[in-house]
Design a protein. Structure first.
Length: 455
C-alpha cells in the first residue's frame, strides 16, 4: 500500500431519460425528472477537478431498466471518460426489466424499450469490465480491477434472483474469497463495492424487509471480515450510513452505505485510502440546471423528500390503498401493510393534529414533555426524524427535549405495541429500538476508519 488511493463514489443514480420517456408524475424520494440535470452537475464537478480521477458507481444506474435511460446515461459516462476520469460501476436490480434465464420472480417478459440482464455487461463494458483482471464467469457481472499499484477493487453484482433473494450463491462466494486471498497474497489491498447493504443502514431497515439486505448478511459480513475484507461500499437503501461489525475472531468490517444521488441531499462520497485509514467525506451538489421555484436547490430537494413522508402520513389516515402502494418504497410489502391496517390507519388519523404536549397529556406524562417542544406536531417531528435517517444526521441526542419527549411517549406505548406487534423483534425493546433511530452518534457522513490489516 504505497501512497494513497483517492476516489469519488456515487450510487443509485436511477437515471430516467425524460426526453424519450416523457415527464414522470411518479412521486418518490427519487427526483426522476431531475436525474439528467443532477448527473450532469455531478459529472461536471468530477471533471472540473484534478485531484481525483476515479469514480465508482454502486448500482441502480437507471430508473427501472429502460433502454433509453441506459443509453442516455452511457452518453454522459462517455463524456466523463473523455474528461480523463476512470469509471468503475456495478449494475443492480433496477437496471434490467427481465432476465432471460427465467430465474427472476416478478419481472417476467421484456417490456417494450426494456433491457435484459444479459445485455448489461455489453452496454457498460467500457466502465470497468474491460479493465477487469478477473471476472466471475458463472454470473458475468462481478469483476476485479486494479485501481492503482497495491490497490484492488472487488466489483460485486448481487442481483440473486432479483427479488426475494439478492446475494451470492456458493460458487460466487468461493470466487470472491479466492479473489480476496489472491489480492492479499500478491501484496494488494482489496476492498469491495456491492449494491445491497451487508450491515443494516438503520435498525429500522431489516425489520420491515430483510430482503433489502444482502442475502445472508449476518453470515456474509462475518465471512468477509474474517477474510480481512475491511471495507465494503453499498447503496440500495438510499440512506447515508457508516456501520461496522466486529466478529468473534476480532475482525472488523465497515459498510459505507451511500444514499441515492437522485434525491436529497445528493450525497457524493470522497474517499482517501492509505495503509492507516479509509477517510470518508461527504459532499453534495450545491445546484443543478433546474427550476427550483425560487428555493435553494437543497431546500427544493428536501421539500420533495418531505412531501413523500407527509404523503405517507396522509394516506395512512385517508387513503389506505395509496398507503399500500407507497409502502414498498420504505421496504414494507403490501401484505404486511394490510395486516397492520387497523393500527396504521388509527395512528394516521391521530397523527394529523397531535402535538407532543397533547400526546403527553393523553398518556399522563405531560410533565415529561419539556415546555419548549409541547407545541410541536408529532407528524413534523417524525418527518424530520425520517429525513435524518436518510441523510445520516440523526442528531437528537439524549440531552435534547425532543429526544426526552419521544422516549417518554415510547416507553408509555411500549406495552401496547408489544401486544399489537406480537413477537416482532423491534417490539421486544421498543424504547431501545426508537432510541437508535432518533440518535446515532457514529458519524455517517464524514469519518476516519482504521485499516487493521494492511498488506
Ligand atoms: Fe436497489
Ligand atoms: Fe435504488
Amino acid at each position: 500500500m504505497n501512497g494513497e488511493l483517492k476516489f469519488y463514489l456515487i450510487t443509485d443514480t436511477h437515471h430516467y431519460a425524460v426526453k424519450d420517456l416523457g415527464y414522470s408524475e411518479h412521486q418518490d424520494q427519487k427526483c426522476l425528472n431531475e436525474t439528467g440535470a443532477i448527473l450532469d452537475a455531478a459529472f461536471e464537478k468530477f471533471a472540473a477537478q484534478s485531484e481525483i480521477d476515479i469514480v465508482l458507481i454502486a448500482g441502480d444506474l437507471s430508473n427501472n431498466g429502460e433502454m433509453a435511460s441506459h443509453l442516455e446515461l452511457i452518453e454522459k459516462l462517455n463524456k466523463l471518460q473523455q474528461a480523463g476520469k476512470r469509471v468503475y460501476l456495478i449494475t443492480a436490480t433496477h437496471d434490467y426489466t427481465y432476465r432471460p434465464d427465467g430465474e427472476q420472480e416478478g419481472k417476467t417478459a421484456v417490456s417494450e424499450g426494456g433491457t435484459s440482464r444479459a445485455m448489461l455487461r455489453g452496454l457498460y463494458e467500457a466502465f470497468g469490465f474491460r479493465e477487469a483482471i478477473a471476472e466471475y464467469l458463472g454470473d458475468n457481472l462481478s469483476y476485479v480491477v486494479q485501481l492503482a499499484p497495491g490497490y484492488r477493487l472487488l466489483c460485486l453484482n448481487d442481483d440473486g434472483n432479483g427479488r426475494s433473494y439478492c446475494g451470492y450463491d456458493d460458487s460466487h462466494l468461493a470466487w470472491i474469497l479466492d479473489q480476496i486471498k489472491a489480492a492479499r497474497e500478491s501484496g494488494n489491498y482489496i476492498f469491495a463495492m456491492s449494491h445491497h447493504p451487508v450491515l443494516p443502514p438503520s435498525p429500522i431497515y431489516p425489520v420491515f424487509s430483510k430482503r433489502d439486505m444482502l442475502g445472508d448478511y449476518e453470515k456474509m459480513s462475518t465471512v468477509f471480515a474474517d477474510a480481512y475484507l475491511e471495507f465494503i461500499f453499498t447503496g440500495h437503501s438510499h440512506m447515508q450510513n457508516i456501520g461496522c461489525k466486529t466478529t468473534e475472531k476480532g475482525n472488523t468490517i465497515w459498510d459505507i452505505n451511500t444514499g441515492s444521488l437522485a434525491g436529497y441531499p445528493t450525497p457524493i462520497r470522497k474517499v482517501t485510502l492509505d495503509a492507516n485509514a479509509l477517510t470518508v467525506k461527504t459532499e453534495k451538489l450545491d445546484s443543478f440546471d433546474w427550476d427550483f421555484q425560487g428555493k435553494d436547490p437543497q431546500e427544493y430537494l428536501r421539500d420533495r423528500f418531505d412531501f413523500l413522508i407527509n404523503d405517507i402520513f396522509d394516506s395512512m389516515a385517508y387513503d389506505f390503498d395509496h398507503f399500500a402502494d407507497l409502502a414498498g418504497g420504505f421496504s414494507m410489502d403490501r401484505k404486511t401493510a394490510y395486516k397492520l391496517k387497523t393500527p396504521i390507519k388509527l395512528a394516521g388519523k391521530i397523527m394529523q393534529k397531535l402535538t407532543l404536549g397533547k400526546a403527553g397529556r393523553l398518556l399522563f406524562i405531560r410533565r415529561k414533555i419539556d415546555k419548549s417542544v409541547r407545541g410541536l406536531l408529532i407528524k413534523d417531528l417524525l418527518v424530520e426524524i425520517v429525513r435524518n435517517v436518510f441523510a445520516g444526521t440523526e442528531h437528537y441526542s439524549p440531552d435534547t427535549p425532543e429526544y426526552r419527549a419521544v422516549m417518554a411517549i415510547t416507553a408509555r406505548l411500549a406495552p401496547l405495541v408489544r401486544r399489537l406487534a406480537k413477537g416482532a423483534d423491534f417490539a421486544r425493546d421498543l424504547p431501545g429500538f426508537v432510541a437508535q433511530i432518533i440518535y446515532d452518534d457514529t458519524p455517517d457522513n464524514d469519518a476516519v476508519l482504521p485499516v487493521s490489516h494492511p498488506v
